[in-house]
Design a protein around this ligand. Structure first.
Ligand code: AMP
Ligand code: ZN
Length: 665
């Protein structure tokens, strides 16, 4: 077998295994064997780059970075759906379309309304070519690289399905996958995601496709758009799409009357809580494609379809107690502790009360019977009080004045909805929270140490701050609960390894308020060392691009704290990176200071991202569009024609990749 044939055979086989596992839910090979075959394919593809295919199974793991998603105009507009809320609404709709069609012979399809982010997939010659978000319905973002990582989406269609078409569906995050992601986040000391829908749609816009590949996203399909007349009904075309490899849920059902539609609606209103993903309603469509065409569209939505929305579920129950949670930054969140009650398929014991204003506005009191709703959010919320059930001896809620953890008086700054515990260094959840942040993946990424262990170590009095981590010894850890020699050693090794983490991440790890990942990068690049950052004054801080007053104040406040400075001295003494590396320093100059660049086209000696980095490393700025302020356009092969015209008309200098490299020599 020639390498070309072997590559083709491996791709075909791996696509089939993916399909079996992710669409049919029926594994046909062990993970281990799958990996071996994938590795073989990967190495063949590396050896023979001429056989590259963006639809190869190796592309599923992602790796490409998209800085800005390209806007694409939809070939066929993506409409919204009209909503209905009652059987009467549905009967009215039926009347309208019967009149328009001049017949009572209408068949319907009933489908679940999946709650995620809509996507339009384009196939040409049976091959996946593009995925675009709904956007405003007329145009959306090209998110193809991210979508390719979703294993249940076929990159080649099978069988005798039509070969050129668009297919639409919903990108969703199944509930168990969502909960798993959140467990991991909580263990890392990060805020959990609020709901599967926003997390799914946020995932589509992640810049790093390998991050997308790690998320357990799925795609459920509900509509095929084509000029091909091979199929006569919506139901048939979806069945055929399923046979061609797409994940079309089998919950779809035909109905010959609105009565039958209502049976479907009532069934799922109850049973939806048993589904592995969220749905917020039912979509009813006219089945005949001919009739669909006759009915057409209003300015907003198809006349041939309508959504039926389930009521968000509400229950009432007694509020037993209000407790207060303290976050890493000291922010206080009030929590309603409820008489356990069944809601939307789960037992609810706690609900969010947001903040003091909310409690006051709704006049929520302990002993009250309150209404609780579970909407899209995982944590239910209290909507209001059933005043008819208020006990006679009830008294208004007095919001906590002191921290529940350390008894320090709470503070609240003007304009802030939240109260804070100011005992930053003595309050247990804040201490633990900061260390958890320090070790988290995007910060020091310390392996062998998890969020719960941090809390345990603090309780045992072994650590009070992140510098203490570096003094830990194996013998201190082994006696702890659930620890053994090996895990203790792993932890110490992980901590030691973090001394190699580059300065910009260390700066983020320090947990200075308002200094997130991006800001930390900016500050690290500009000040180059912790010493020059900690001695910088307000003016020199705000002079840095994109650093505002709030951040500058916070950095200064941090540096004025003696305790912080002692921590930093200790980190230094352990060998943690508190300056940018020699290598990075060497690559950085100020020769491009004050110059604004636009980059367009394909380059040879470096990737686009490397080029952009080189511009920034040398003090220049990268902008995405050409304007009068642009100093240079670095043009590679296939530079966009409209960019060229614009640059020329504004008299902006166009330079080549070589010219650019000369500039920074
Ligand atoms: P809305 O955003 O409320 O106007 O509802 C329209 C959206 O519902 C569409 O853009 C789809 O993303 C989504 N949707 C979910 N499930 C379905 C389905 N089975 N059929 C059609 N649209 C659906
Ligand atoms: Zn406190």
């Amino acid at each position: 077998m020639s390498p070309k044939e072997r590559i083709a055979a491996l791709r075909k086989e791996l696509h089939q295994h993916n399909y079996n596992y992710y669409v049919l839910d029926n594994a046909s090979i062990s993970d281990f064997e799958f990996d071996i075959k994938l590795k073989e394919l990967e190495s063949l593809e590396n050896q023979f780059p001429e056989y590259f295919d963006s639809n190869s199974p190796t592309q599923r793991v992602g790796g490409q970075i998209t800085k800005k998603f390209t806007t694409v105009t939809h070939l066929n507009r993506m409409y919204s759906l009209d909503n209905s809320y009652s059987s009467q609404d549905l009967l009215d709709w039926e009347k309208r379309i019967q009149k328009l069609l001049g017949t009572n012979q209408i068949e319907y399809t009933c489908e679940l309304k999946f709650d995620g982010a809509s996507i339009n997939l384009t196939y040409e010659n049976g091959k996946f070519v593009r995925a675009v978000t709904r956007g405003d319905g007329f145009q959306g973002d090209d998110v193809s690289t991210n979508i390719r990582t979703i294993r249940s989406i076929p990159l080649h269609t099978g069988g005798d399905f039509i070969t050129d078409f668009e297919i639409r569906g919903e990108i969703i995050l199944p509930l168990d996958g969502f909960e798993k992601m959140n467990r991991e986040r909580i263990a890392m000391g990060e805020e959990p995601y609020r709901n599967p829908r926003n997390t799914a749609s946020g995932s589509l816009k992640l810049q790093d496709s390998s991050e997308v590949a790690k998320r357990p996203l799925d795609c459920l399909l509900y509509q095929v758009v084509t000029n091909n007349r091979k199929f006569k009904s919506h139901y048939d075309i979806l069945e055929a799409a399923r046979n061609a490899g797409f994940k079309v849920p089998k919950t779809i059902q035909l109905a010959s009357s609105i009565d039958e539609v209502l049976t479907f609606v009532n069934h799922w209103d109850e049973k939806r809580h048993d589904l592995p993903y969220e749905t917020d309603g039912i979509v009813i469509k006219v089945n005949s494609l001919q009739q669909q065409e006759e009915l057409g569209y209003t300015s907003k939505s198809p006349r041939w379809a309508i959504a039926y929305k389930f009521q968000a579920e509400q229950v009432s129950t007694v509020l037993n107690e209000i407790t207060y949670q303290v976050g890493r930054t000291g922010a206080i969140t009030p929590v309603a502790n409820l008489e356990p009650v069944s809601l939307a398929g789960t037992i609810v014991k706690r609900a969010s009360l947001h903040n003091a204003d909310q409690i006051e506005k709704l006049d929520i009191r302990v002993g009250d019977t309150v209404y609780v709703e579970k909407g899209g959010e995982i944590i239910p919320k209290v909507l209001g009080v059933d005043l008819s059930k208020r006990p006679a001896d009830s008294t208004p809620t007095i919001y906590a004045t002191h921290c529940p953890e350390c008894d320090t008086a709470l503070v609240r700054t003007d304009g802030d909805a939240k109260h804070y515990c100011p005992n930053t260094y003595g309050c247990a959840p804040q201490i633990t929270g900061r260390i958890q942040h320090y070790i988290s993946r995007k910060a020091m990424d310390i392996e062998g140490l998890g969020g719960e262990t941090v809390d345990l170590l603090r309780k045992e009095g072994l650590i009070l701050n992140y510098a203490d981590l570096y003094d830990l010894r194996v013998e201190q850890i082994i006696p702890l609960e659930r620890m053994a020699e090996k895990s203790a050693q792993n932890m110490i090794d992980g901590i030691k390894k973090s001394k190699q983490i580059p300065f910009e991440k260390v700066l983020f790890a320090l947990g200075i308020r308002f200094v997130g990942e991006t800001v930390a990068k900016k500050l690290a690049k500009h000040f180059k060392s912790i010493d020059s950052l900690m001695t910088a004054n307000f003016e020199s801080l705000v002079a840095v691009d994109e650093i505002g007053d709030k951040i500058a104040d916070s950095v200064i406040e941090f540096s004025n704290d003696l305790g912080n400075m002692q921590l930093i001295d200790r980190l230094k003494s352990y060998g943690v990176q508190l300056t940018i590396s020699e290598e990075e320093l060497e690559n950085q100059t100020n020769v491009l200071e004050g110059k604004i660049f636009v980059v367009s086209g394909v380059f040879h000696q470096m990737s686009r991202n490397e080029l952009k980095k080189a511009i920034e490393d040398n003090g220049g700025k990268v902008s995405s569009s050409i304007s009068k302020k642009t100093n240079y356009v670095v043009a590679g092969d296939h530079m966009g024609p409209s960019k060229k015209v614009k640059a020329e008309s504004l008299g902006v200098t166009i330079i080549s990749e070589d010219d650019f490299l000369q500039m920074i020599q």
